[in-house]
Design a protein around this ligand. Structure first.
Ligand code: PLP
Length: 365
């Protein structure tokens, strides 16, 4: 069945007329702005404003559609600005999708555990059921399980590739199969795509009207605190997200600072390369430790590590002020810790604490 956006959407969402914000009516930055009930005197402690909306003035509402920032992202990613939606982190996009497509108490989303926790949390907040199709033991999509999880009320299918917490890419051919046969929205969460040399699914947007790709500035771009997540999809889907988002969802500070940071593409690439080298070093060092049973292959900036006494090691590390993520209670992640790749110094610290743990065990035992 071909994807029909109007049918896929909740009926009342399809009918909503977008809110027109004060800044929708006039797009220039020069003028006497008496339209938005801002404080014309400026911002306490900051220089008096001029008669223009300027990036350095905080008393004006920011651009609701973040045109300038989107243009820069468009250039970096090679995606037209009209196919880019910006959210207050990916989390905002996840929530908006849930609200646009899933009728509370009726529809469901489909996820492939173990995976990113926000899909399920966001579904729960919106009273949307979650169907689960467990990944295989090697953390790959199992089409049989996935087919069994999908039903006529399934509206969004979330693939996370590379996946968190397993760290690996999902099978592209299988994702493609579902882009063809699933009649709801297929989300591919590419939060970690910049750590791989795989091509992003954004290059296939024009082929699949039901494809939405998510990325974030929180990981490879080092801007987790700024809260900037991207969703890429057809113009029709962009129009839906734009009309249901809070009008000024990206603050002026985030728009300005992200714009500046995004100039530094070369430094960003170097940082990613450095992280990848550190990941390799860390992986090799971890594999030499006696408590480590398996370091899973990673296409991300973290390692999933199966080890003896994972929970005990987790608490020991916390006492030593080295904080990793305990995934040992997560399905298919028995006895696993998820370890973010740190700086060389941080990784050394982690490794020496792990070696100390062994000694402390021997003394006690
Ligand atoms: C970290 C992460 C995100 C990013 O979320 P933000 O809200 O943009 O910081 C999204 N998806 C996955 C799978 C992640 O691991």
């Amino acid at each position: 069945m071909p994807f029909d956006l109007k049918k896929a959407l909740r009926p009342h969402i399809a009918a909503i007329k977008p809110y027109s914000s004060a800044r929708d009516e006039y797009s220039g930055s020069e003028g006497v702005f008496l339209d938005a009930n801002e404080n014309s005197m400026g911002t306490p402690g900051m220089a008096m404003p001029s008669m223009a909306i300027s990036a350095t003035h905080f008393h004006r509402y920011p651009d609701p559609y973040q045109q300038k920032l989107k243009q820069r992202i468009a250039e970096i990613k090679g995606i037209p600005a009209k196919n880019i939606f910006l959210g207050n982190g990916s989390d905002e996009a996840i929530d908006l999708l849930m609200r646009a497509f899933c009728r509370p108490g009726i529809d469901n989303i489909v996820i492939l555990p173990p995976t990113y926790g926000m899909y399920e949390v966001s579904a729960a907040i919106n009273d949307v059921a979650v169907k689960k199709a467990l990944l295989t033991d090697s953390f790959l999509i199992n089409p049989k399980t996935l087919d069994a999880a999908i039903n006529e009320y399934s509206k969004i299918l979330f693939f996370c590739s590379p996946n968190n917490p397993s760290g690996n890419l999902m099978q592209a051919d299988v994702i493609e199969e579902y882009l063809h046969k699933f009649d709801g929205l297929v989300v591919v969460d590419e939060a970690y795509i910049d750590f791989t040399d795989t091509e992003s699914w954004t290059s296939r947007l024009s082929e699949f009207p039901n494809l939405l790709v998510m990325q974030t500035m929180s990981k490879a771009w080092g801007m987790a605190a700024l809260r900037l997540g991207m969703a890429y999809a057809s113009e029709e889907i962009m129009a839906v997200l734009n009309k249901i988002k809070p009008p000024y969802n990206i603050s002026a500070l985030t728009q300005q600072e992200s714009f500046k940071i995004l100039e530094h593409t070369e430094a960003q690439q170097q940082m990613v390369q450095q992280l990848l080298r550190e990941r390799e070093n860390l992986q090799q060092a971890l594999e030499k430790l006696p408590m480590v049973q398996l370091v899973y292959p990673s296409d991300t900036n973290f390692l999933l590590v199966k080890m003896q006494d994972a929970a005990a090691i987790f608490h020991y590390l916390i006492d030593e002020k080295v904080i990793v993520r305990d995934r040992s209670k997560v399905v298919l992640c028995d006895s696993c810790l998820r370890i973010t790749v740190g700086t060389a110094e941080e990784n050394e610290r982690l490794l020496s604490e792990l070696k100390n743990f062994n000694k402390s065990q021997r003394v006690m035992g």
